[in-house]
Design a protein around this ligand. Structure first.
Ligand SMILES: *Cc1c(COP(=O)(O)O)cnc(C)c1O
Length: 358
């Protein structure tokens, strides 16, 4: 099985997103965690106009730098105290929410002779990372500003639409903007960065209701798989390529079979009790890729008309090909675009052969 990555399409998607953000005064950190931190993708994002390369994993940032990326690196998973030395070397900036970790980062940056940029995360209701109490936000900002000589307080940020699935509405963005203004008053100077979230905040740019104070987003999905804006939020995005990542898998078996399993239905290998629709006898094919490779069969998008994913086990994907436009045979290769989760699994799986095209 091959994962084909089209770098010109990736660069084009990046430019479409960054130019729209730029027009609204918003810089874009290109987030490579969804594509396993492939350095080639980081370089395409850099060429496409991103302001930073970002990831939740330090190894991704280190590899991007080693491959020649020149943009500032942003660590977007709040770091642990034990990682401080590596964080200040691999990343120019990190998102943070704990004073004790900031203290370690300050020491590590001092020891390495570096100045490390800090964005304090605000909790606005999604209930993942962030400072909930405003007094704590003010206190932490003042602590970094006055006492941590090797850190530079760049700004504040928020994450939404993850654990709590909370929508980055204009009101939430306004809340962040107001918090930024009050934080600026507390420290007595302006903040460079107010980071308003991830791909899910990009609709604020499209709708033209992003508060002016918000000047950065951290975007992966909109650039990489580019499917959620249209599928989930109903925005027309003809300008984005939805096939930057394509899985190509070999056909192993093609047979006419009943569509409903025969016998007593128990549990599948993943402890689910699936429901099967009886559509009579139909032609089906098996390709050589499975849940171990991509996690979520329902998030694969067959690129050939008349091919439908009907299920998968660890190493087999089962397709209905009754209505396929050609007579498929073992040895043929079928292509699938995908949503975010399969990209994330495939690009990180040890057995995936990754091929770059332009
Ligand atoms: C994953 C992540 C992003 C990027 O998310 P996308 O949905 O891929 O745009 C941005 N910020 C943080 C903190 C993240 O964890």
């Amino acid at each position: 099985m091959i994962l084909e990555v089209n770098l010109s399409k990736l660069e084009s998607n990046t430019r479409e997103i960054t130019s729209r953000c730029e027009a609204a005064g918003v810089t874009v950190a290109g987030v490579v965690k969804g594509c396993g931190g492939l350095p080639e993708c980081a370089l395409a994002m850099e060429a496409g106009g991103c302001s930073h390369i970002a990831s939740s994993r330090l190894g991704h940032l280190e590899r991007a730098r080693a491959a020649g990326a020149r943009l500032p690196m942003m660590m977007i998973r709040i770091p642990g105290a034990s990682e401080a030395e590596r964080v200040v070397r691999a990343a120019d900036i990190s998102l943070n929410s704990e004073a004790s970790v900031l203290r370690r980062l300050d020491e590590a940056a001092g020891a390495a002779g570096l100045r490390h940029g800090v964005v304090l995360m605000a909790e606005l209701g999604d209930l993942r990372e962030g400072i909930w109490n405003e007094g704590e936000m003010r206190g932490t900002a003042l602590l970094v500003e006055r006492e941590m000589k090797n850190l530079r307080l760049l700004g504040i940020g928020v994450n939404l639409g993850c654990y709590g699935s909370i929508a980055p509405t204009a009101e939430k963005m306004e809340e962040l903007a107001a918090l930024a203004r009050r934080t600026e008053e507390a420290i007595g100077r302006g903040l460079e960065m107010v980071s308003g979230g991830a791909s899910t905040s990009f609709p604020r740019i499209l709708d033209g209701d992003m508060p002016r104070k918000i000047n950065n987003l951290r975007i992966g999905e909109n650039i990489l798989t580019a499917r959620d804006l249209e599928d989930l939020w109903g925005y027309r995005t003809d300008y984005l390529h939805k096939d930057v990542f394509v899985m190509k898998a070999e056909v192993l078996e093609v047979k006419e079979k009943p569509t409903h399993p025969i016998g007593e239905i128990m549990f599948d290998a993943f402890r689910n009790k699936p429901v099967y629709v009886d559509r009579g006898v139909r032609r089906r094919a098996i390709v050589a890729a499975g849940k171990l490779d991509y996690g979520w069969p329902e998030q694969l998008v067959p690129l050939e008309p008349g091919v439908e994913v009907i299920g998968a086990s660890s190493d087999h994907t089962i397709l209905d090909v009754e209505d396929a436009g050609r007579a498929l045979r073992p040895g043929d290769v079928l292509s699938f675009a995908m949503c975010y989760a399969p990209m994330a699994y495939l690009s990180s799986a040890p057995d995936t052969e990754i091929v770059f095209v332009r």
